[in-house]
Design a protein around this ligand. Structure first.
Ligand code: URA
Length: 189
């Protein structure tokens, strides 16, 4: 299956109740050829309206961290979410919604074959890295699984609420930059 075929199929998805209330399905943004994949939680209001991940206030903050290490959401990374449709009133996606949506993300990862996955926040990190993952304790550490390095860091919305965590988040991005320089071939070329 090609990326375009996967996206077309995904856009028809009505596997869970979030399909009924979405304005737009948010498949992701960036280059499917990228070596680094960022995974957030799920679309909020702005993302639902525009069909693109992280376009609200937390997205603007994310873009600043990306720019600090020469990453650009349209050029050398890909950004997706654990769930592709907005949970009403921005509640956490339910475990069963995440379960049903995970197939799409898994298919994206199979096609992309990223070298590094960065989980933005607890919801993604606990699904992708480990059930007991604690962002405050384990942020910025790389864990290898099936040939892919996985790292969890603070969700940008959490940084807006707790700006005192911003220096730690910057360190995580700098560690990411060093890891990209070490193992990636095309990201900075
Ligand atoms: N928060 C997320 O986790 N993802 C988005 O796309 C927007 C906000």
């Amino acid at each position: 299956m090609t990326w375009e075929e996967l996206e077309a199929e995904c856009r028809q998805c009505q596997k869970c109740e979030l399909g009924a209330t979405r304005t737009n399905l948010v498949f992701g943004v960036g280059s499917p050829q990228a070596e680094v994949l960022f995974i957030g939680e799920g679309p909020g209001e702005q993302e639902d309206l525009r069909g693109e991940p992280f376009v609200g206030r937390s997205g603007q903050l994310l873009d600043k961290y990306l720019a600090a290490i020469h990453l650009d959401r349209r050029r050398n990374i890909y950004i997706a979410n654990m769930v592709k449709c907005r949970p009403p009133k921005n509640r956490d996606p339910k475990p069963e919604e995440q379960d049903m949506c995970l197939n799409w993300l898994t298919a994206q990862v199979k096609l992309m074959q990223p070298k590094i996955i960065v989980c933005l926040g607890r919801i993604a990190a606990q699904r992708i890295i480990g059930k007991e993952f604690k962002v405050t304790k384990e942020h910025g550490k790389f864990y290898e699984h099936n040939g892919i390095l996985r790292m969890g860091t603070f969700h940008p919305a959490a940084l807006l609420r707790n700006p005192n965590q911003k220096p730690d988040a910057l360190e995580d991005f700098l560690a990411l930059q060093a890891k990209i320089e070490e193992i990636c071939e095309s990201t900075y070329s």
